[in-house]
Design a binder for this molecule. Sequence first.
Ligand code: CA
Length: 230
Amino acid sequence: MENINILIVEDEQRLADILKMQLEESGFNAKIAYDGYTGKQLVEKNKYNLIILDINLPLINGYDLCKEIRKTNSNIPIIMLTAFGMPDNKLTGFDAGADDYIVKPFDFRELLARINVFLRRSDANLETTDKIGIADLEMDLNTKTVTRSNKKIELTAKESLLLETFLKNKDKLLTRELIIEKVWGIDFDPNTNIIDVYVNYLRKKIDKDFKPKLIHTKFGFGFYCSEKEI
Ligand code: CA
């Protein structure tokens, strides 16, 4: 996933920090504003793909900030985050221009699923279809949708980026260093076993129930994606 920037506007520092960490682990860039005014300034200065917005905030509350953002940007997905679960609050949020609403405490996976729906939708609006694949596996580069034998396969952001790296380098041996750089960034230690862990996750999803196997290990060198063993 290329540089998806998410802004978190949330004054509960612990929650904001955890959320930032979880989003980054899912492959996004995340930035926090701990009050509404800072949030407003950041939105004016930077380009974000999605905003997660709390309602009770210092300086400018979430409803007002949402209305403010909508004056200049009608497309950016805004997910409101709040401790209030009453229907009235939801309606006020939607009136202010929010696209979705999630009640605290929430399961991060639920938030992530909603984020992905919005990002897929805005991607689909902006770009035309662009697909890569091998054998009966196909990946849509815009929506990151993956199918094998026409069956949809759900991948996490990192798994998806790993698969994309393999598909863009078909029949080529990829070193661990190269994979780390493409998927985790250059600051990551290439000696970690994270690649093996993620290659196994990916294999379970795209290879376990299918033939031919597409992801191969070359011991001592790295990995490659091919319809046959090189
Ligand atoms: Ca709050």
